[in-house]
Design a protein around this ligand. Structure first.
Ligand code: HPA
Ligand code: MG
Length: 199
């Protein structure tokens, strides 16, 4: 399989405005709170499926992997990714047992850290440092979104879903003050939404 798109991801340009809201469905209670559908749910899941293929290739020598989900924003990405890894395993002779942990870590052989957003990489660097104290055989990082910020941490992320400009996005488990996690698509929040859910 060609792995050129693995580390870079689907690159969304600075001027990508997202899709008009009338083109998709979303919870009615958010209709004033979002500006556009930035990445539709279907595209997210198709991309996550592709990342599952890259991961299966890289972890081919392992019988099991420890999937470490970085909460809370990572839970949709993590559960979809693990589902695809299981389906791929069932449909091939390369079944990987996946165990998911949220905080606890034991010394497993190989670790896959699953994070929704990687920007400067400060959090990820600290987490990697911690994980490495358990001396795992292999550590990889899957990031659904990598943000183009000054000093972006591109090289930390082994599997990138999408590279996006430095926009604040919500949905697919990503929140703004705990709202919008129930939105399937990744969306851009509107001025009204920002005001309404401000704390
Ligand atoms: N959305 C939600 N939470 C976040 C983001 C974002 O774009 N960036 C950092 N935390
Ligand atoms: Mg948050």
């Amino acid at each position: 399989m060609d792995n050129a798109g693995m580390k870079k991801g689907i690159v969304l340009k600075d001027d990508w405005p997202g899709y008009s809201l009338d083109l998709f469905t979303y919870p009615e209670h958010y209709h004033e709170d979002i500006e556009s559908v930035y990445i539709p749910h279907g595209i997210i899941t198709n991309r996550v499926e592709r990342l599952a293929h890259y991961i299966m290739d890289d972890f081919a020598d392992n019988k099991n992997i420890m999937v470490l989900c970085v909460l809370k924003g990572g839970y949709k990405f993590c559960s979809d990714l693990v589902e695809f890894i299981k389906v791929l395993g069932r449909n091939s002779n390369q079944y990987l047992e996946t165990r998911v942990e949220f905080i606890r870590l034991k010394s497993y052989l190989s670790v896959l850290i699953v994070e929704a957003i990687v920007d400067t990489g400060k959090t990820m660097k600290a987490l990697l440092k911690h994980v490495e104290t358990f001396e795992p055989k292999m550590v990889k990082v899957a990031g659904l979104l990598v943000k183009r910020v000054p000093n972006m941490a591109e090289s930390l992320t082994d599997y990138v879903g999408f590279e996006i400009p430095n926009h604040f996005v919500v949905g697919y488990a990503l929140d703004y003050n705990e709202h919008f996690r129930d939105l399937n698509h990744l969306c851009i929040i509107s001025k009204t939404g920002k005001m309404k859910y401000k704390v």
